[in-house]
Design a protein around this ligand. Structure first.
Ligand code: NI
Length: 239
């Protein structure tokens, strides 16, 4: 149930029965030669909306720009600074807390958001002692990780991966790209700023073989992610 397609009386009615909400967060950053710039946001909102629709849970609009400073050497990437993103997440939580939401489940599609989001949660929990934040990285949900390991093995890599390309294309098949075989990408190693990242990973991929991506795999991943997200969410509410 997407918040943007509800009315305020409907939200008021929802809050009379439950106070949980899903908040997808993503990124706008390069995803290698064949991956969409919006991959992380598309995946996060796709998983959250599918799960929310299935179980009648409200889902906020996606926060589509995240912490992507290290991708800015590639055209099209956009980023919030960590301090800005903390402030944005805090303001969103303040808004939701004001209405009485008490369980904020962030559905994340971008590894670069994790540290910043956890810093924001420290501020949010301090401001709203009755409120709880939780974050699920869709690609790390065990059912998803198991499926990726079985289907993709080492070709998954660490950034601009065939699994996230698959999911984004399954959600938006009109934007699928035709891949071509790629030379092996460098595996993940330490990096500092954006120029350093591009020097280490010249086409934007990190250890990923994008030629393995497919809409069919994306459909399987969506099913696994939405199902597992709901199990995690219900377990959290019941704890
Ligand atoms: Ni990504």
């Amino acid at each position: 149930m997407q918040l943007r397609f509800t009315t305020w009386p409907e939200v008021e009615g929802y809050l009379a029965t439950r106070t949980d909400i899903l908040i997808p967060i993503g990124a706008t950053e390069q995803h290698g030669p064949f991956g969409l710039i919006g991959t992380d946001s598309l995946c996060a909102e796709g998983v959250a909306n599918t799960a929310g629709e299935r179980a009648g849970i409200l889902v906020t609009p996606v926060l589509s720009v995240g912490m992507s400073l290290h991708h800015l050497a590639f055209p099209g990437s956009m980023s919030l600074q960590p301090s800005t993103m903390i402030a944005v997440l805090r303001d969103l939580a303040d808004s939701l807390a004001h209405h009485g939401f008490t369980r904020l489940h962030f559905v994340n599609g971008h590894g670069g958001n994790i540290a910043t989001a956890h810093a924001a949660f420290s501020e949010i929990h301090h401001r709203h002692p009755q409120l709880r934040c939780r974050m699920s990285n869709w690609y790390e949900l065990p059912a998803v990780a198991g499926l990726v390991k079985a289907r993709l093995g080492d070709s998954e890599g660490a950034h601009a991966t065939p699994s996230e390309l698959s999911l984004s294309w399954a959600l938006h098949p009109e934007h699928q790209r035709q891949t071509a075989p790629q030379a092996g990408a460098a595996v993940m190693t330490g990096f500092c700023g954006a120029e350093d990242f591009r020097a280490l990973f010249p086409d934007g991929r990190v250890g990923a073989d994008q030629h393995r991506a497919s809409v069919a795999l994306g459909a399987e991943l969506l099913e696994a992610a939405a199902g597992e997200l709901l199990r995690v969410h219900e377990g959290w509410l019941g704890a």
